[in-house]
Design a binder for this molecule. Sequence first.
Ligand code: SAM
Length: 236
Amino acid sequence: MTSSESADLFARSWSLYDHITEHNYMFHQEIYAELSELLKQRHDAGQYHMLDLGCGNARYLVPALMESLPGHYQGVDLSQTALDEAADYLVKLPSVTLTHGDLLRAVESTSDKWDVIFTGYALHHLPAEDKAKFFQAAARCLSAGGWLVMVDVVRQERQSREHYLEGYLKFMRETWSKVPPDQLDEACAHVESYDFPESRSTLNEMAQTSGLNRSRLISQYAQHHTLLFAGDQLKY
Ligand SMILES: C[S@@+](CC[C@H](N)C(=O)[O-])C[C@H]1O[C@@H](n2cnc3c(N)ncnc32)[C@H](O)[C@@H]1O
């Protein structure tokens, strides 16, 4: 997907995504409650700076951020519609930058060090070679003891993309019952065209090649995983 295709897509379907998440079909409630606990630990250890790649409107992250205020928060997204909403949700945070652009370019070009790099349900849109570049770039700009926290859909080991899609589309059609049929069709078409999840072992390999030798599964709800990657100085 090109940058402008993705931006167009989210301008059109942002309200659909909000609808899906309001019914907790992608486990945002559980996952963001866990993130809140993680950020509390980070905050208790001292001031932290956070980079959120593919931040969307940041709606579900805001309560966690409010409990554990970061020294600085930067959100990056391709969708200006989502960023405009994010600006409202994040208004009470002391220091916020919102950047309209590609997440890989943002993490590759940052000259800052980040204590927490977060990415929620965005990385699976990237082709495998860009995911590998993403890990390289994230490892380079994490502070000593920093965390890369990734929420995303993950394929089972040795499961083909086709087999994964078959399962995920079935899950959507069987459980996303409150999404109107035409919108469910749109969501399914989006997943079929743009979702390229990796297996956990592939993600671990990409992370290790980049020097992020520690990885931890924080939680798993069906295909929806929360993973934490860090270098050898991991404190968790
Ligand atoms: C499914 S939403 C997730 C939003 C939020 N992080 C969450 O966990 O609910 C994915 C977001 O990633 C953004 N996105 C997808 N590919 C991107 C890219 N290459 N660069 C920046 N943002 C991207 C989309 O615009 C969208 O806002």
